[in-house]
Design a protein around this ligand. Structure first.
Ligand SMILES: [Zn+2]
Length: 770
């Protein structure tokens, strides 16, 4: 579920995608001369009372992070896990959960597993009880005797109460995505919605805000982490409008409800947009049979129906159709999706956001949205994007010229130009003709078990850890494994993680990390250890073959397990500052950094070997060819990303006055034309840009973290042992993972880098060599 400001303190753990999904591509205008005061009237009438996220709470528990890869749902085979389980169970002195718990207790660490509910009724009942208990505790907080209040009875209590609800939401959120029983999954989702609504209402609790503010006003002596918790908690209430006079605040709440309704409409219009185009077989020359033979594509008149609203249909045509006019028609139809309905909605959305931001004391919506991010302001985000546009310019120009020459040779027209409908086609041609790598053939090097063990060995070495599989007291489905991570030096447990790695009917069908228990200091001074779950969907083994991963799967595995590491290695006192407590434009960076490992021969050679003959490693030239193929079109791809980020920032840095009069299509098409391949005439990509609800004012974050990931990876690259360097790994563990958000992330990253941040490593990564 998307929300105006998704980072509520207590929300249902909806997943955010790790990889950005870019919908392909505009002129239509909607103008209004309405002033901002008219806007109030227009948007505050006849409002339904939707559950409405508002303020800017940093999230306490997070979403999982998910890749957008579709996998078929295949009934799970538990075969895969049998080997490892057998190995562990047959070992004479296999450690048990109790052993690890006893060891943890000796160091004042508490290793507890989630107490997952076993039935749908249990979920309902325990959710009701958890919310009632939290409500009673919050009432106690709000109504306490101000003269006797303390940090523990105010901000400490607030953190504790919301943390408990979040943890419960994490547990049932995972079951909602993975439990084999549909009724249980559905009940877990319903319970999640109750918790989300409860979390949203929390943001408007004036009694809580007053009690907290009253105590903060006494200017108590606090240590750094306590002060930070106080500052952020109050900031988030202010972001919800609670610092405003009552009448003003009610106005903002009403505007937010209007905004939420507009966002919903925008999403619905995208989902409902349809654009069928029929072509003859001859017109579709070059388009793969997978599209032509797909159910519903062949029409009774013998023609083939391409749906411009189905992304893979569009990609199949744009990548492969030899007929340029066919590609043009599909591209234009795509660029006109939802145009008539959504351009007016978007124009109002943008104006309303600008008005809400103004009322909350921000110059623009993007300033409001970035306040809680690393960038901190729209100006910093804009500068970042524009610097990157410049940095990529030579590569972009060079790549476009390469594509243009390919087109000139292909069409016989020396003065050919690359149009919006040519980019994908000639990119694909370039890859096939010049950088052919048979990625399917690489699967034999990545049998699931050696790959998993190989990755574990790498993370164990780099972060000085040891992973041990144990017999789980309970799992929600057969085949789910439980592992304990311990510090390699002291042997102390640092946390636990579950692996649910193969598809199953009804299971979440991407790849994602789900946070379970939150690391935090307990009232008795002990430390509660974090717990994670990985839900993956690797292709299951067959009777004669093990599960064989693609190179892309391996990259995903390294990325997602990076989130497990980030969660398990957090050592902040308050769970709000661990892992997902970091700014949203940073959370992906460490995991994106770890993706670099799978492009490195020294790393791959530690585990990747032909499962039929393990003496065979991936040839160096194959890895080189894959890197060259990746680099060949990164300039065009990232300039496209930048154009989307700049469209978003362009729309959301408008002043309230300008927002009402700006032509959103003209503005965004001009950005597209300046930064990327110019959009096709008479199209309005922005009407179909779904990330404008949810990632609004924050779309830049994908590249922001990617650039930081490359910067951080470069420290390993320069180290004596490269990606396997333990000294650098230790520094990452201490300065970035353990510190979490107990201090500004920029400071942590620079402590790790040992220098200021830079875009240089990213530009090298995309193939710009100095
Ligand atoms: Zn991720």
């Amino acid at each position: 579920m998307k929300s105006t400001v998704p980072a509520t303190r207590v929300t249902w753990p909806t997943r955010s995608r790790c990889s950005s999904v870019v919908r392909v591509p505009c002129s239509h205008s909607w103008r209004t001369s309405a002033s901002s005061s008219e806007a109030d009237v227009r948007f505050t009438l006849n409002l339904p009372p939707p559950a409405l996220p508002t303020g800017g709470w940093r999230f306490l528990f997070h979403p999982s992070e998910a890749f957008s890869m579709k996998h078929p749902l295949i009934l799970c085979s538990a075969l895969v896990v049998s080997t490892l389980v057998a190995t562990v169970l047959s070992a004479a002195a296999a450690p048990t959960l109790a052993d690890f718990q006893a060891q943890a207790a000796r160091s004042k660490l508490r290793l507890e597993l989630p107490d997952y509910p076993r039935t749908a009724d249990e979920i309902s009942n325990r959710t009701t009880a958890a919310l009632a208990e939290a409500d009673a505790a919050l009432l106690g907080l709000a109504s306490q005797d101000a003269g006797k209040a303390s940090f523990a009875s105010t901000f400490g209590a607030f953190e504790e109460i919301t943390g408990r609800v979040s943890t419960w939401a994490n547990h049932i959120g995972t079951l909602a995505e993975s439990h084999p029983d549909k009724r249980l999954r559905d009940t877990a989702r319903d319970a999640g919605q109750r918790i989300e609504a409860w979390g949203i209402a929390l943001e408007y609790r004036e009694d809580l805000y007053r009690a907290l503010q009253r105590w903060a006003d006494t200017k108590p002596a606090l240590d750094a982490q306590q002060q930070r918790l106080v500052d952020f908690t109050l900031r988030d209430f202010r972001r919800a409008g609670l610092a405003l006079p009552p009448a003003e605040r009610q106005q903002v709440e009403l505007l937010r409800k209007s905004l939420s309704e507009l966002e919903r409409q925008f999403d619905v219009n995208i989902n409902e947009a349809r654009a069928p185009l029929d072509f003859t077989a001859e017109e579709l020359a070059g388009v793969p049979a997978t599209l032509l033979n797909s159910p519903g594509v062949k029409q009774p008149d013998g023609r083939y129906r391409v749906m411009a609203n189905i992304t893979w249909h569009v990609a199949a045509v744009q990548d492969n159709a030899d007929n340029a006019e066919v590609r043009r028609r599909v591209t234009v139809a795509r660029g006109q999706l939802a145009r008539e309905k959504n351009i007016p909605v978007l124009a109002k959305l943008v104006a309303l956001r600008a008005e809400i931001a103004r009322r909350l004391g921000y110059a623009t919506w993007a300033d409001f949205r970035t306040e809680t991010r690393m960038t901190g302001s729209a100006a910093v985000a804009l500068k970042f994007e524009e610097d990157l546009v410049k940095g990529l310019q030579p590569k972009f120009v060079e790549e476009v010229e390469t594509l243009r020459q390919l087109k000139a040779a292909h069409t016989g027209q020396a003065d050919a130009r690359i149009e919006a409908w040519d980019t994908a086609y000639y990119t694909n041609k370039l890859r096939k003709e010049k950088y052919a790598v048979d990625t399917e053939a690489l699967r034999v090097f990545f049998a699931y078990e050696p790959t998993l063990r190989g990755m574990f060995a790498i993370y164990e070495k780099v972060f000085a850890l040891k992973f041990t599989q144990i017999e789980p007291p309970y799992v929600w489905a057969p085949g789910v494994q439980l592992w304990i991570a311990a510090d390699a030096g002291s042997g102390e447990p640092i946390g636990a993680f579950y692996l649910d790695m193969f598809p199953r009917e009804g299971k979440y069908n991407h790849f994602a990390h789900f946070r379970q228990n939150l690391g935090r200091t307990l009232p008795d001074g002990g430390y509660q250890l974090p717990v994670s779950v990985l839900l993956c969907n690797f292709s299951p083994p067959t009777a004669d073959k093990p599960s064989l991963l693609s190179h892309d799967n391996v990259k995903t595995l390294f990325h997602e397990f990076g989130h497990v590491m980030h969660n398990l290695l957090g050592r902040a006192r308050y769970s709000s500052f661990n892992y997902a407590g970091v700014p949203k434009d940073f959370i992906e960076a460490p995991s994106q950094m770890l993706e670099n490992w799978v492009w490195n021969k020294a790393v791959l050679d530690t585990f990747a070997a032909d499962y039929r003959d393990p003496s065979k490693k991936i040839p160096a030239e194959t890895i080189e060819a894959m890197i060259r193929a990746r680099e060949a079109t990164e300039g065009v791809a990232y300039r496209r990303q930048l154009s989307l980020g700049l469209m978003d920032l362009g729309l959301h840095t408008l002043s309230p006055g300008d927002a009402w009069t700006t032509d959103v299509v003209e503005l965004t098409n001009a950005v597209g034309a300046r930064v990327s391949i110019p959009p096709a005439a008479d199209t309005a990509f922005v009407a179909y840009f779904g990330h404008l609800t949810g990632y609004d004012g924050g779309y830049y974050g994908y590249l922001w973290s990617k650039v930081m990931a490359a910067d951080m990876a470069s420290v390993f690259e320069a180290a004596p042992n490269g990606y396997l360097d333990e000294k650098i790994g230790r520094r990452l563990r201490d300065e970035v993972y353990a510190a979490g958000h107990t201090r500004d992330v920029a400071e942590s990253v620079e402590k790790f880098l040992g220098r200021p941040r830079s875009q240089k490593a990213f530009l090298q990564y995309v193939g710009i060599k100095e």
